[in-house]
Design a protein around this ligand. Structure first.
Ligand SMILES: [Zn+2]
Length: 274
């Protein structure tokens, strides 16, 4: 097998920053073919770490800045201004991770939808792609976005766990869809195959969501330190396994899937033509 050329459409590399084995981990990911990754901030307090990584690894890291629905309550009065400043500081940064989540405990729906809409409109205004998290709110998301302008470079439904039947509707709204290693687990694979076979070829991306969403053992090339909740953290180099797993399901070669998903990600996040 040749070397894969991979683009991780969504991870949180900043959560590994400061670890003694950080540089080795990045090196391992690059050795298995990860050429680029979108590193997503989730709240004001982790945006500086994302910015630092983007400056330190400019050829690898595409930064994304956003307020995740789980962290809406942590925002300061100046959060939106700070976000806009971060996006202007990095002209190639995406907006993310933003989204809607009716699964998390004690969510404040009004605050979530307002914060999501403000960030979405900022993405449109600054012509940036958006990274969208959605849990148990797919109908709401679809309805909301029908009436909104869309980012010209598109937007990503990361770790798409929604219904297969909604893929065409989201695609019509300009969405792309990324597949994570967690979807290769026995619990998820049949259902996610049904959804991802409906994703148009030019809208399909791969992600690790590291340190979350670890693939099953069979597709894990690397494991990291144990996490508080048990189980190892997902490693950014496991993108190679995600590619191999989805390629098997779709009946294509990993090289072809890597090339296609990398081109799709480059178009959205780097503005590359073709
Ligand atoms: Zn994420």
């Amino acid at each position: 097998m040749g070397t894969l050329r991979l683009f991780d459409a969504h991870n949180h590399l900043q959560e590994f920053a400061g670890r003694a084995d950080f540089a080795r981990m990045v090196d391992e990911a690059r050795k298995v073919g990860v050429e680029r990754m979108v590193v997503n901030g989730t709240r004001e307090s982790d945006w500086p770490a994302v910015a630092r990584l983007a400056n330190e690894w400019p050829e690898l890291v595409v930064p994304a800045f956003g307020l995740h629905p789980w962290h809406v309550a942590s925002r300061t009065p100046g959060w939106l201004k700070t976000l806009e400043a971060r996006l202007r500081e990095f002209p190639h940064a995406a907006v993310g991770e933003i989204g809607l989540d009716r699964w998390v405990r004690d969510f404040d729906w009004d605050a979530q939808t307002a914060v999501f809409a403000e960030q979405w409109r900022l993405a449109v205004a600054l012509n940036r792609p958006a990274q969208v998290h959605c849990l148990r709110a797919y109908g709401h998301l679809e309805q909301m976005l029908r009436d909104e302008r869309k980012p010209e470079r598109g937007w990503l439904l990361h770790n798409y766990g929604g219904p297969a039947e909604m893929v065409p509707a989201f695609a019509a709204l300009g969405a792309s869809f990324s597949f994570s290693g967690y979807f290769l687990t026995a619990r998820k694979i049949a259902d996610r195959t049904a959804a991802f076979t409906r994703v148009p070829g030019d809208r399909l991306l791969l992600e690790t969501d590291a340190p979350d969403m670890a693939p099953p053992e069979e597709f894990s090339r690397f494991s990291c330190f144990p996490r508080e909740g048990g189980g190892p953290a997902n490693h950014p180099g496991n993108l190679a396994g995600v590619c191999e797993g989805l390629a098997r399901v779709l009946g294509v070669s990993p090289e072809a899937l890597a090339a296609r998903t990398t081109a799709n990600a480059a178009r959205m996040f780097l503005g590359d033509a073709g």
